[in-house]
Write a protein that binds this ligand. Sequence first.
Ligand code: SAH
Length: 230
Amino acid sequence: MLKAKVLTVFPEMFPGFLGYSLTGKALEEQKWQLEAVNIRDYAFDRHKSVDDTPCGGGAGMIMRPDVLGRAIEATRTKGRIIYMSPKGRPLTQKLVHELAAEEELMIICGRFEGIDERIIEAFNVEEISIGDYILTGGEQAAQILLDAVVRLLPGVLGNEASLEDESFENYLLEYPQYTRPITWNDRDVPEVLLSGHHQKISQWRRQQAEIATKERRPDLFKKYLDSKNS
Ligand code: SAH
Protein backbone atom coordinates (compact mmCIF):
# COMPACT_ATOMS: atom_id res chain seq x y z
CA MET A 1 0.00 0.00 0.00
CA LEU A 2 1.27 3.48 -0.86
CA LYS A 3 2.19 5.65 2.11
CA ALA A 4 2.54 9.30 1.16
CA LYS A 5 4.06 11.80 3.53
CA VAL A 6 3.88 15.49 2.64
CA LEU A 7 6.07 18.10 4.31
CA THR A 8 4.26 21.43 4.36
CA VAL A 9 3.71 24.61 6.32
CA PHE A 10 -0.02 24.22 5.62
CA PRO A 11 -0.90 20.72 6.86
CA GLU A 12 -4.54 21.80 7.05
CA MET A 13 -4.56 21.95 3.22
CA PHE A 14 -4.52 18.12 3.23
CA PRO A 15 -6.17 15.92 2.18
CA GLY A 16 -7.85 18.81 0.31
CA PHE A 17 -9.45 17.56 -2.88
CA LEU A 18 -7.80 14.17 -2.33
CA GLY A 19 -10.45 13.67 0.35
CA TYR A 20 -13.21 13.58 -2.30
CA SER A 21 -14.47 11.13 -4.86
CA LEU A 22 -12.35 8.12 -5.79
CA THR A 23 -9.17 9.23 -4.02
CA GLY A 24 -11.14 10.09 -0.87
CA LYS A 25 -12.95 6.77 -0.85
CA ALA A 26 -9.65 4.96 -1.36
CA LEU A 27 -8.14 6.91 1.53
CA GLU A 28 -11.05 5.94 3.76
CA GLU A 29 -10.73 2.30 2.70
CA GLN A 30 -6.99 2.47 3.44
CA LYS A 31 -5.96 1.67 -0.12
CA TRP A 32 -3.38 4.38 0.45
CA GLN A 33 -2.24 6.47 3.40
CA LEU A 34 -1.54 10.16 3.72
CA GLU A 35 0.33 11.98 6.45
CA ALA A 36 0.86 15.74 6.47
CA VAL A 37 3.93 16.78 8.46
CA ASN A 38 4.01 20.38 9.66
CA ILE A 39 7.47 21.77 8.88
CA ARG A 40 6.94 24.44 11.54
CA ASP A 41 7.01 21.75 14.22
CA TYR A 42 10.75 21.46 13.47
CA ALA A 43 11.55 25.19 13.77
CA PHE A 44 14.16 26.28 16.29
CA ASP A 45 12.77 29.56 17.58
CA ARG A 46 9.73 30.80 19.41
CA HIS A 47 8.30 32.33 16.24
CA LYS A 48 8.56 28.98 14.44
CA SER A 49 10.29 30.64 11.53
CA VAL A 50 10.86 28.44 8.48
CA ASP A 51 12.21 30.98 5.98
CA ASP A 52 14.85 33.66 5.58
CA THR A 53 15.99 36.18 2.98
CA PRO A 54 17.96 34.95 -0.07
CA CYS A 55 21.75 35.06 0.14
CA GLY A 56 22.96 37.41 -2.59
CA GLY A 57 19.80 39.48 -2.37
CA GLY A 58 16.61 39.53 -4.38
CA ALA A 59 12.92 39.32 -3.72
CA GLY A 60 11.08 36.92 -1.48
CA MET A 61 12.04 34.36 1.11
CA ILE A 62 13.72 30.97 0.97
CA MET A 63 12.89 27.97 3.14
CA ARG A 64 15.69 27.36 5.62
CA PRO A 65 17.75 24.19 5.25
CA ASP A 66 18.21 23.65 8.99
CA VAL A 67 14.47 23.56 9.72
CA LEU A 68 13.46 21.63 6.61
CA GLY A 69 16.43 19.28 7.06
CA ARG A 70 15.36 18.52 10.61
CA ALA A 71 11.79 17.82 9.45
CA ILE A 72 13.07 15.43 6.77
CA GLU A 73 15.42 13.62 9.12
CA ALA A 74 12.77 13.19 11.80
CA THR A 75 10.14 11.78 9.46
CA ARG A 76 11.93 10.17 6.52
CA THR A 77 11.42 6.58 5.48
CA LYS A 78 13.31 4.60 2.87
CA GLY A 79 11.33 5.88 -0.13
CA ARG A 80 11.98 8.55 -2.74
CA ILE A 81 12.08 12.16 -1.62
CA ILE A 82 10.37 14.51 -4.05
CA TYR A 83 10.34 18.29 -4.14
CA MET A 84 7.53 19.87 -6.16
CA SER A 85 9.39 22.44 -8.24
CA PRO A 86 8.96 24.30 -11.54
CA LYS A 87 12.60 23.36 -12.24
CA GLY A 88 11.82 19.67 -11.96
CA ARG A 89 11.39 16.76 -14.33
CA PRO A 90 7.98 17.14 -15.98
CA LEU A 91 5.23 14.99 -14.47
CA THR A 92 4.00 12.65 -17.20
CA GLN A 93 1.70 9.64 -17.12
CA LYS A 94 4.85 7.48 -17.46
CA LEU A 95 6.32 8.98 -14.29
CA VAL A 96 2.93 8.67 -12.58
CA HIS A 97 2.97 4.91 -13.29
CA GLU A 98 6.47 4.70 -11.87
CA LEU A 99 5.46 6.50 -8.67
CA ALA A 100 2.33 4.36 -8.30
CA ALA A 101 4.60 1.32 -7.95
CA GLU A 102 6.38 2.79 -4.90
CA GLU A 103 5.63 1.85 -1.29
CA GLU A 104 6.51 5.21 0.18
CA LEU A 105 6.79 8.73 -1.13
CA MET A 106 7.93 11.80 0.74
CA ILE A 107 6.87 15.05 -0.93
CA ILE A 108 8.25 18.44 0.05
CA CYS A 109 5.92 21.36 -0.67
CA GLY A 110 7.74 24.63 -1.23
CA ARG A 111 6.38 28.06 -0.36
CA PHE A 112 7.76 31.56 -0.89
CA GLU A 113 10.59 31.47 -3.48
CA GLY A 114 11.38 27.82 -2.78
CA ILE A 115 13.89 25.85 -0.72
CA ASP A 116 17.64 26.10 -0.05
CA GLU A 117 19.53 24.18 -2.76
CA ARG A 118 21.59 22.24 -0.19
CA ILE A 119 18.51 20.26 0.86
CA ILE A 120 18.24 18.91 -2.68
CA GLU A 121 21.88 17.82 -2.65
CA ALA A 122 22.00 16.49 0.91
CA PHE A 123 18.95 14.24 0.67
CA ASN A 124 19.20 13.30 -3.00
CA VAL A 125 15.87 14.97 -3.65
CA GLU A 126 14.08 14.50 -6.98
CA GLU A 127 12.47 17.64 -8.34
CA ILE A 128 9.16 17.19 -10.16
CA SER A 129 7.21 19.91 -12.02
CA ILE A 130 3.53 19.76 -12.91
CA GLY A 131 3.96 22.23 -15.77
CA ASP A 132 5.58 25.38 -17.09
CA TYR A 133 3.87 27.92 -14.87
CA ILE A 134 4.42 29.12 -11.30
CA LEU A 135 2.08 28.32 -8.42
CA THR A 136 2.08 29.93 -4.99
CA GLY A 137 2.96 26.66 -3.31
CA GLY A 138 3.89 23.02 -3.68
CA GLU A 139 0.76 21.80 -1.86
CA GLN A 140 -1.40 22.25 -4.96
CA ALA A 141 1.19 20.48 -7.11
CA ALA A 142 1.59 17.63 -4.58
CA GLN A 143 -2.15 17.06 -4.57
CA ILE A 144 -2.21 16.89 -8.36
CA LEU A 145 0.68 14.42 -8.38
CA LEU A 146 -0.98 12.25 -5.72
CA ASP A 147 -4.36 12.41 -7.46
CA ALA A 148 -2.79 11.04 -10.65
CA VAL A 149 -0.84 8.37 -8.72
CA VAL A 150 -3.66 7.19 -6.46
CA ARG A 151 -6.13 6.56 -9.29
CA LEU A 152 -3.67 4.00 -10.68
CA LEU A 153 -3.47 2.05 -7.41
CA PRO A 154 -5.16 -1.37 -7.44
CA GLY A 155 -8.88 -1.21 -6.69
CA VAL A 156 -9.19 2.58 -6.81
CA LEU A 157 -10.91 2.94 -10.19
CA GLY A 158 -13.96 0.72 -10.45
CA ASN A 159 -13.25 -0.35 -13.98
CA GLU A 160 -9.54 -1.05 -14.48
CA ALA A 161 -10.04 -1.45 -18.22
CA SER A 162 -10.96 2.21 -18.49
CA LEU A 163 -7.31 3.08 -17.88
CA GLU A 164 -6.00 1.53 -21.06
CA ASP A 165 -7.49 3.85 -23.67
CA GLU A 166 -6.96 7.07 -21.78
CA SER A 167 -5.05 10.07 -23.06
CA PHE A 168 -1.25 9.64 -22.78
CA GLU A 169 -1.37 5.86 -22.40
CA ASN A 170 0.40 4.74 -25.63
CA TYR A 171 1.23 8.39 -26.40
CA LEU A 172 -2.19 9.06 -27.89
CA LEU A 173 -4.87 11.50 -26.79
CA GLU A 174 -8.23 9.90 -26.21
CA TYR A 175 -10.79 9.54 -29.00
CA PRO A 176 -14.04 11.57 -28.69
CA GLN A 177 -16.64 10.06 -26.37
CA TYR A 178 -20.43 10.16 -26.54
CA THR A 179 -23.38 9.01 -24.50
CA ARG A 180 -27.17 9.05 -24.78
CA PRO A 181 -29.32 10.73 -26.03
CA ILE A 182 -28.32 9.58 -29.52
CA THR A 183 -29.63 12.85 -30.99
CA TRP A 184 -29.13 16.08 -29.07
CA ASN A 185 -29.90 19.53 -30.54
CA ASP A 186 -29.78 18.04 -34.06
CA ARG A 187 -26.38 16.50 -33.43
CA ASP A 188 -26.03 12.74 -33.80
CA VAL A 189 -23.60 10.35 -32.19
CA PRO A 190 -21.28 8.98 -34.96
CA GLU A 191 -23.04 6.04 -36.55
CA VAL A 192 -20.15 3.61 -36.24
CA LEU A 193 -20.46 3.72 -32.45
CA LEU A 194 -24.02 2.41 -32.71
CA SER A 195 -23.11 -0.37 -35.13
CA GLY A 196 -22.19 -2.92 -32.46
CA HIS A 197 -19.23 -3.85 -34.69
CA HIS A 198 -16.34 -3.97 -32.20
CA GLN A 199 -13.54 -4.09 -34.71
CA LYS A 200 -14.90 -1.12 -36.68
CA ILE A 201 -15.41 0.82 -33.47
CA SER A 202 -11.87 0.28 -32.27
CA GLN A 203 -10.52 1.15 -35.73
CA TRP A 204 -12.51 4.39 -35.73
CA ARG A 205 -11.36 5.24 -32.21
CA ARG A 206 -7.72 4.61 -33.04
CA GLN A 207 -8.03 6.78 -36.16
CA GLN A 208 -9.72 9.61 -34.23
CA ALA A 209 -7.06 9.40 -31.50
CA GLU A 210 -4.32 9.65 -34.11
CA ILE A 211 -5.94 12.64 -35.83
CA ALA A 212 -6.42 14.51 -32.53
CA THR A 213 -2.88 13.78 -31.36
CA LYS A 214 -1.30 14.76 -34.68
CA GLU A 215 -3.20 18.06 -34.76
CA ARG A 216 -3.00 19.07 -31.12
CA ARG A 217 0.19 17.49 -29.85
CA PRO A 218 2.76 16.91 -32.60
CA ASP A 219 5.36 16.26 -29.86
CA LEU A 220 3.31 13.32 -28.52
CA PHE A 221 2.48 12.11 -32.00
CA LYS A 222 6.17 11.77 -32.78
CA LYS A 223 6.63 9.61 -29.67
CA TYR A 224 3.65 7.52 -30.73
CA LEU A 225 5.14 6.92 -34.20
CA ASP A 226 8.52 6.09 -32.67
CA SER A 227 6.95 3.63 -30.24
CA LYS A 228 5.03 1.95 -33.08
CA ASN A 229 8.17 1.51 -35.15
CA SER A 230 10.32 0.17 -32.33
N1 SAH B 1 11.09 30.96 -7.32
C1 SAH B 1 10.70 29.67 -7.80
C2 SAH B 1 9.18 29.49 -7.75
C3 SAH B 1 8.63 29.40 -6.34
S1 SAH B 1 6.93 29.07 -6.36
C4 SAH B 1 11.18 29.52 -9.24
O1 SAH B 1 11.25 30.50 -9.96
O2 SAH B 1 11.49 28.38 -9.66
C5 SAH B 1 6.69 28.43 -4.74
C6 SAH B 1 6.59 26.92 -4.61
O3 SAH B 1 5.51 26.45 -5.36
C7 SAH B 1 7.80 26.15 -5.11
O4 SAH B 1 8.76 26.02 -4.10
C8 SAH B 1 7.21 24.81 -5.49
O5 SAH B 1 7.18 23.91 -4.40
C9 SAH B 1 5.78 25.16 -5.88
N2 SAH B 1 5.57 25.21 -7.34
C10 SAH B 1 5.36 26.33 -8.06
N3 SAH B 1 5.19 26.04 -9.37
C11 SAH B 1 5.28 24.70 -9.48
C12 SAH B 1 5.20 23.81 -10.58
N4 SAH B 1 4.99 24.22 -11.83
N5 SAH B 1 5.35 22.47 -10.34
C13 SAH B 1 5.57 22.03 -9.08
N6 SAH B 1 5.67 22.84 -8.01
C14 SAH B 1 5.52 24.16 -8.18
